[in-house]
Design a protein around this ligand. Sequence first.
Ligand code: NAG
Ligand code: NAG
Ligand code: NAG
Ligand code: NAG
Length: 717
Amino acid sequence: MIVVFLLCVVAGMPASGQIRDVCPTCHRDAKCDDKPDGSGKVCNCKYGFVGNGITFCQDKDECQIGAMKICGQHTKCHNTYGSYDCTCLSGYNPSNNMTIFIPNDGTHCQDIDECRITGLCGDGGRCRNLDGSFECSCQVGYQVEDGTEPFHPQRDKASCKVVDCGQPASVEDTVLLSATGTTYGSVATWVCDEGFIWGSGHNTSVCGADGLWSGPTMVCEEVDCGSPAARPHSQMLWNKSSRVGSEVVYQCNSGYHNVGKGNVSSCTTAGQWEEPPVLCQETLCGSPPLSESTEHIWNGSTAPGSTVQYFCKTGFLTRGGHNISVCKENGQWTPPTLVCQEISCGDPPTVPHTGQVRNGSSTPGSHVTYYCKIGFNHSEGNNVSLCTINGSWTKPNISCKAKCGPVPFLANSEVVWHNRSVVIHRCVDGYHSWRGRSVSVCGSSGTWQTATLRCIEIKPAISHVHFLNEKCVHWKAEKYEEDSEDYRVTYTGTRDYQRSFRDEMKQYLSSKAEELKLCLLLLPATNYSISITALSSRFTASITTNTSVPEPPVPVVYYREFETPVPTLRLTRSANSLDPISLYQVLVLPVEGIMVFDCSSPGSTDPLSKNNFSSEYITAQILIGQVGTQMDFTVGDGLYYGGFYNAPLKKGRTYYIILRAVSQWKTTLKSSCVLWAKVIGTSYVLMVSSLSAAAAVGLVAFAILIGYSCMWLFKKT
Ligand SMILES: *[C@@H]1O[C@H](CO)[C@@H](O)[C@H](O)[C@H]1NC(C)=O
Ligand SMILES: *[C@@H]1O[C@H](CO)[C@@H](O)[C@H](O)[C@H]1NC(C)=O
Ligand SMILES: *[C@@H]1O[C@H](CO)[C@@H](O)[C@H](O)[C@H]1NC(C)=O
Ligand SMILES: *[C@@H]1O[C@H](CO)[C@@H](O)[C@H](O)[C@H]1NC(C)=O
């Protein structure tokens, strides 16, 4: 090139030596540069091109000097028009990760580690990275197929394959129990063959990397039970084999028999004979079996082979079976099968109108005696029957005839049952039997002993029941005889106003009288139901009655006189059956003129309702339920009692205080009064006579003269 350049310079030398502008003549792939000595311009080919700069600039092949030099190691160089580029060889990667590069920025090609991708070498392969490549070899237990190690899977078409040991070979005296497979690492397990037991070594074998099974090292030894044990009183039947499954049979010696569970013992896999189940016992039969119907002949020997002969007892018939019993080797008598049937005549024949006398036996020789029943006569014939040896009764020829005539008749009766010698009578409906026997019997003399029964028309045992004076119940008795009758009188009292009340009583009375009377202790104001039962004739009559409301009892009071207008009075009472319908009223009675007091209808009930202050009024009303056995009451305290105003008493006036007891049920009202106290106004002088006693209850009428002869009448109606 230098040479060419020089040539150009020479050729370009102008003849005239004069500097020309060459730039317009430069080649398209050249540029116009200043000459280094400053003597003008010159055309130089651009970078990557060679030539004279004017007529020709040709692309330069940079790769010519070798890819190694221009692109670096493990590269390929590619020339381009005016330039070049680099790529990495397979197995390498550019460090800037661009497929095409120019190494002037430091980019270079580096090795790829192919082994980072697993499974590149296939199953059982082992990968090794090489510079720009990789190679495979096989793991333990694997072998190369279609090639040699090391190999490249694609290039060599080789691969690794697992080692296969094939089926394990059989081992003496053992049996292959199981195997996990036949390839490398598989395990096969062995057990000793039947009749052999483990002696030493391991019972597994393993498939090795060399393709061979290792082991098993197990040694199995043949089972040997040795000689079986002898048993007393027995001998052994044995074929001298002491292998597994061999058997020995025990046999009891003669005169002995086996009472054990069996007689065979086997050689077990454990190398031992089974415990022999045989147990030989001396044979003795003991006493021969007995039965109720047989007897036997026996010489008393209990040894095997001894015999006993049986036959039927007298009174029994042989019905078949075997009559010999033998003592067997097992120590048991064979059961005798002889069948003996008892000879029986059964029940003796019956003869009409006869009874039998016998001892209950039906065996041959037994006899029955017949007799005529009552009412029948023995007319003719033999009255005995015999049980014969062939099992039948002889025929009795007794005959009996009835003695009495037709059944007797009783007035108002009927016959319930009869059998010619006995008749049972009964009264017809509406009649009842009165004493006497109800049976007629045909007597031994041939006449009826007639029943003494009397049939009497039935009438009620009790009638005309009525109650008198709230006290006594009266009735009439219907009697057949002078006998006394027992009566039971029960009565029950109830009250509508007192649900809990119940008065129940029972009384007995025994009397012969036809008119009867029983007085009862009945409580007042009560409804009673009374029933009377005649016990022997079982007849009951009932009535109801009710007791009236009586005057209530007044409590005990002590008459007193007070000068205070607020006197406190006291009463004392005892409980009474009428309490539930009773109350107390306190009445105030101003003393003035002639006074008339009527306990059954006291005048005013309210002190304010009437202008007439001189009239009496109720100042308090107290329910008996609120009163105990004692009660204090203050008159004129200005309070209300039972809706009544206990008005203060006027000073200077004189009053009588009266206590009234009232019992009321429905429309009936009964009352009684007692003078309780007197309140004396200080301007008056009062005198009360003969009333101080509280016993003034009831039907007392009296008069008191006060001051100018005032009359006060205490009256009871
Ligand atoms: C194998 O032998 C071992 C003792 O060596 C024993 O425990 C195991 O039971 C044996 N397995 C079989 C299947 O016989
Ligand atoms: C009639 O009956 C009575 C009582 O049961 C009895 O004793 C009597 O023997 C019988 N008479 C006849 C002839 O059956
Ligand atoms: C008695 O009986 C009659 C009728 O049943 C009844 O109205 C009345 O209240 C009863 N008297 C008593 C005190 O129970
Ligand atoms: C008994 O009470 C009833 C019903 O209240 C009445 O009809 C009858 O007259 C009362 N009898 C007597 C005896 O008081």
